[in-house]
Design a binder for this molecule. Structure first.
Ligand code: SAM
Length: 326
């Protein structure tokens, strides 16, 4: 079985694919209001092109694929794309990250297409705070989407909450209680300085906060298997709810990085926090065959940076998270 192994002996078996860089929200730490720098539609990979590139990664040992964006549910025919990907021999896990605004309409279609897992962004349960962070008054749509996703059988569902010192830190306890009552996995995330928006966001040291929340809500340390991702977890005594903290700033976890990202135009991003990239989409459109594209993927992995430098060089990644595919 071929494998993608980088110079730091990390096996790369996880690919995040941005299916669009557009989003219907403008979260303060992600995309600026009035942003005009979206990729030209002519450069968006078609479903067939995406499936071809993902197929090459799967042939090289990638086992997990996440569809992300921008907001992936804005991409027309996402269910068809997902169904095509789940049919790739060797792919074991297809998941979707979404802001949930359109989930009520699409959850059943995603489930039917073979999507196994959902991560939904939810930064606040207060309608006013939600609107201040996202730029839209649509918390109700997201909550309805979550209900529908559960109804069609997604379980567990992960909620991603980016914790900002001056916006929603005081809502963290309420969110823990909500996740306990509803049986969600709640993941608290430190904002990263990607783009001017991320750079301007005031984060919180979540390692310490995670400990305090676990003590306050009587959560137990949870040990997950390999491949569980970069979060540190606790769970409720009944096992229905988990709390995770993702701490790229206070404790970087690059030594266990197992992922690379594909932008909507087929650019391969080798590290979220660095600018190293391979224009796979352009190379494909120039007529490179699968063998040549595979060689380009291998050369990229051989140049994967060891780690991000968000602390040492916070200003160096100017592209926004929605452009890389978060
Ligand atoms: N729209 C989808 C969603 O909301 O999940 C997928 C794309 S979004 C860019 C993916 C994740 O990145 C979201 O959970 C979002 O909160 C997170 N994100 C965006 N900018 C970030 C930043 N500067 N630091 C940390 N997380 C960020």
């Amino acid at each position: 079985m071929p494998r993608l192994i980088d110079p730091f002996q990390r096996t790369i078996d996880y690919l995040r694919v941005s299916v669009t860089d557009r989003c219907d929200l403008r979260c303060t730490y992600c995309l600026p209001k009035g942003f005009k720098g979206f990729e030209e539609p002519a450069h968006w990979l078609s479903h067939a092109e995406m499936t071809r590139l993902v197929g090459l990664f799967v042939a090289l040992g990638v086992r997990k694929v996440r569809l992300t964006g921008g907001e992936p549910l804005l991409r027309r025919g996402l269910g068809d794309l997902a169904a095509g990907l789940t049919a790739l021999p060797g792919l074991q896990d297809l998941s979707v990250s979404s802001n949930g605004t359109r989930l009520a309409r699409h959850a059943a279609e995603l489930k039917a297409a073979g999507v196994q897992r959902l991560n939904i962004s939810l930064d606040s349960l207060d309608a006013g705070c939600f609107e201040r962070i996202t730029g839209r008054d649509c918390l109700g749509d997201v909550l309805e989407g979550l209900r529908e996703a559960r109804r069609v059988g997604f379980a567990p569902i992960k909620l991603n909450m980016v914790v900002q010192a001056d916006q929603n830190l005081d809502e963290v306890d309420r969110m823990v209680v909500f996740a306990m009552e509803q049986g969600f996995v709640l993941r608290l995330i430190e904002p990263m300085p990607v783009g001017s928006t991320g750079l301007a966001t005031e984060g919180v040291d979540l390692s310490a906060l995670g400990e305090r929340l676990a003590a306050r809500h009587a959560l137990l340390p949870q040990v997950l298997g390999q491949g569980a991702g970069p979060a540190r977890y606790w769970c409720s005594p009944d096992g229905r709810m988990s709390l995770g903290v993702i701490t790229p700033m206070s404790q970087h976890f690059c030594a266990s990085c197992n992922r690379v990202r594909l932008g909507v135009d087929g650019t391969l991003y080798l590290c979220l926090g660095q600018n190293d990239q391979v224009p796979l989409g352009r190379m494909m459109r120039e007529g490179l065959d699968d063998a040549a594209l595979t060689t380009a993927i291998l050369a990229g992995i051989a140049a994967k940076p060891e780690r991000h430098e968000f602390r040492e060089r916070p200003q160096q990644v100017v592209r926004f998270m929605a452009q890389t595919g978060g």
